[in-house]
Design a protein. Sequence first.
Length: 380
Amino acid sequence: MRVRSWAHVGGQWDRPLDANPDGSSLVLAFGAPELGPDGDTPPTWWRELRDAYGSATILGASTAGEIHGERVLDRSVVVTVVDFDTTSVVSATERVADHADSGAVGQALGGRLAGADVAAVLVMSDGTMVNGTELCAGVQQAVGPEVAVSGGLAGDGDRFDATWLADDDGVHRGVVTAVALCGASLEVRHGSQGGWFPFGPERTVSFSDDGVLHKLDGRPALDLYRDYLGSFADQLPAAALLFPLQVWPADGSQAPVVRTVLGVDDSTSSMTFAGSMPSGWRAQLMMADPDDLVDAAAVAAEGLAPTAIEGDRLVLAVSCVGRRLLLGEAASDETAAVVDALPPGTTLAGFYSYGEISPIAGEARLHNQTMTLTMLAERS
C-alpha cells in the first residue's frame, strides 16, 4: 500500500501530480465549497485528477476546512492517492432529496456495495438534506454488522447552504456516495473522542420530527437557545455550534450522542439537527474549552497504535465544524495533536464536516462535535 497527498491551492497543485492512470486504487478529495461544480461542469481540479488517475475510484466532499497533515486549510482541495496492493475498491452514488429519504438511500447505497469480502465502507453524504442517523442505520443494515462503516457529512463552512460530493463521474450536489474496500489483507481501525462536557439542567425532548427539534421541556427549542446565546443569537445557526446537545434515551439503554445544529426556522421556532432527536429522550446542553478538544483528539489517535504493520498507513480524519469554530486559529493544534500520536509512516488527511460517521460497538453511528479517525493499512 502506497499513500501520498497533495494540496490544490490558488488554482494549482503544490507539486506535480505523479500521474499513474492504471496503477492507483483510490483518490480522496476534500475541498472548499466554492471549488465545486459550475452547473453540470466538473471543476478543473477534478478533471486533472481523472486524467492523472484514470482507473482509480474518486471519493470526495466539500468541507468546513481541509485537513492536510497537521495543517488546516481553506479555499483548497486536499487530495490523497492510495495504491492498494491487494485491496479492491467498489463505488456507488445515490441521489437524496429530503431528510425523510435518508434511511432508504442508505439501504440502497449499502445494497450496491454489499459483498462477502467487504472489509470497510467509507461514506460521504450531502451535509444539509440528510438525517445522518437514518443514513448510517440504512447502510449498516445493508452491508451487514461485520463491516466497519465510517465517513462524514459534507460541509459548507459556517453557511449551511449547499454542499458537494465527488465521485468517478464528476462533482455533484444532492447525493450520497460511498466506496467499499474489499479483501482480507486490509486492516481497519477507528478512534473517536469529543472533549465536550454537559452544563445546565437535563431536559426532555417533548416534540420532535425526525431531526427537527421543536420543543424542549414544552418550550420552543429556538427560544431556549436564544436565551443561552444572548448577544450571539443573531449569529444563528453558526453560534449554536458552540453549544451542541447531547441526547440519550430516558431509560439509559444507549449511551449519549452529541447532536449539532444544521439550521433554524424562525417561523416555527424549531432547529434542524444532523441526526435524530427522538421525542421522549433526555437532552442537555454542552460546551468545551479549546484545550479539552485538542486533548480529546490526541486520545482518539492514541487508540490507533501500536500496529505491527510496516509501510504506509492512511488515517482519514473527520472532525466537526463546531470544533473548528471554537478552536479558531488554533484548529491546527487539534490536527497536530493527532499527527504527534500516530505511528511513523502515517498520512493524515480529511476535513471538517457537518457530521462524522464512525462505529460504536460495531455499529455505524452519526457523531457531532467529535474528532473521528479511520486508519487503513494493508497486511503483507
